[in-house]
Ligand binder design. Structure first.
Ligand code: 7TS
Length: 424
């Protein structure tokens, strides 16, 4: 059977599975899971850094290059028209995933980092003045801190930070108190990559809207784990990274409310973002093309569309239920290890568990468990202020995806016990 025939038959099987979650069928979609690492089967627990890619995505990228490759929005020839069609179809899949009302509200970008920089430099520079405030939280990834610090330097605005409690939750009262009529932007993460905390984004958006702030959400860790509805949340911008949700690196998207995108100045200049260019002046294209200067990552967008179909095929509700059972089981198993302390015990958790082990530096732990074939992330997770808040320079983090199962927890726990033995 050819790879794509195998892909489509397997896909049909996933779609037909309405009963119990068939993790083994899901795993068969991911060729990399057959790899052995240091003589052991790969146990991949680093999906928060990047997810592995299913055949559905690999085949979609391959098929695009084999059958439809051409540049988009430029040619009248058949391939260019077809490439444009699949590129725009992918945009509509992302629109559907996020619950946006129109495809023009979806801008293809490299990922969350680029999306945050776009909002800061385009909306921010046009609307933020000296004396204004930007509110974030203490649990943000650097990509939702540094672009706002740069904007503050450029405009004279001030960055405010809502505190996080010992459980790793945003202190909502404090968040609300920090909002006032000077707050122009409230930017916060939906699900923390470092702690796994699921933030009450509806509530935080509602509070921010009451003072007239625009709401920008970092959804990098949310779209792989739960159904997102940007209109239900009531946010103005929502950023996603394809590679966190089974698509390749280098592709992501920004949802922006249409009237905001329309009013915003372009960010980068070049091809595709213009209507006409003369040396006297240039008129700009409409959103989303206004924000997609140059040849975009066409194959990446097509693959992101395939990743959306893959998630839909299993069903985000079923994924959420399976993963939350695995994650809770993992957290309980880790708590039983003497000398191991979880960092953050939030009421709602998705995706990740962070921990430290007495006497074993996270990097040493990561190296020893890798010897057993177990891939975890160790470090500050691009959330240094959060590490400081918890008084640790780094943590070990196990993060899960659609393919993780009970056996992975056993492998993790036994590899950690081995590391403790070595270092004690
Ligand atoms: N926001 C969150 C919550 C993230 O987890 C990440 C990447 C980003 C933003 C940045 O996304 P990018 O696609 O633009 O790079 N997080 C991680 C991680 O936890 N380990 O490696 C990358």
């Amino acid at each position: 059977m050819s790879t794509s025939a195998a892909a489509s038959s397997g896909h049909a099987r996933l779609q037909s599975g309405t009963g119990a979650y068939d993790v083994e069928a899901v795993r068969r979609r991911f060729p990399i899971l057959e790899r052995r690492i240091n003589g052991h089967p790969l146990v991949y627990l680093d999906s928060a850094a990047t997810t592995q890619k299913p055949l559905d995505v690999l085949d979609a990228m391959d098929a695009f290059h084999r059958e439809k490759n051409a540049n988009v929005h430029r040619g009248v020839h058949t391939l260019s028209v077809e490439a444009t069609e699949v590129y725009e179809a992918a945009r509509d899949k992302v629109r559907r995933l996020l619950g946006a009302s129109r495809p023009e509200e979806i801008v293809f970008l490299r990922g969350v980092t680029e999306a945050m920089n776009l909002v800061a430099q385009s909306w921010g520079r046009a609307n933020v003045r000296a004396g204004d405030e930007i509110l974030i939280t203490h649990m943000e990834h650097h990509s939702n801190i540094v672009p706002w610090q740069m904007l503050c330097e450029q405009t004279g605005a001030t960055l405010k930070v809502a505190p996080v409690d010992d459980r790793g939750e945003v202190i909502l009262d404090a968040f609300e108190k920090l909002l006032n009529e000077r707050t122009k932007i409230a930017a916060f993460v939906h699900i923390s990559n470092a702690l796994g905390t699921v933030n009450p984004v509806h509530e935080m958006a509602r509070m921010s809207k009451q003072v007239g702030a625009i709401v920008v959400i970092d959804g990098a860790q949310a779209t792989p784990h739960e159904k997102v509805d940007v209109r239900g949340i009531g946010c103005d911008f929502y950023a996603i990274s394809g590679h966190k949700m089974y698509a390749p690196t280098g592709i992501g998207a920004l949802y922006g409310r249409h009237e905001l995108l329309e009013a915003m100045p372009p960010w980068q200049g070049g091809g595709d973002m213009i209507l006409s260019v003369t040396f006297e002046g240039t008129t700009y294209n409409v959103p989303p093309q206004k924000f997609e200067a140059g040849t975009p990552n066409i194959a990446g967008a097509v693959a992101l569309g395939a990743a959306v179909d893959f998630l839909d095929g299993i069903g985000l509700d079923r994924i959420g239920a399976h993963e939350s059972a695995v994650l809770e089981r993992m957290a309980s198993a880790l708590r039983e290890i003497p000398g191991l302390r979880l960092i953050g015990e939030p009421g709602r958790r998705a995706g990740s568990v962070s921990f430290v082990v007495d006497e074993v530096h996270p990097h040493d732990l990561g190296t020893v468990v890798d010897q057993e074939g177990v891939a975890i992330r160790t470090g500050h997770h691009c959330a240094q202020p959060l590490m400081e808040r918890f008084g640790v320079p780094a943590t070990a983090r196990a993060s899960i995806g659609v393919y993780n199962r009970e056996a992975d927890i056993e492998a993790l726990v036994s590899a950690i016990r081995k590391a403790i033995e070595i270092f004690s």
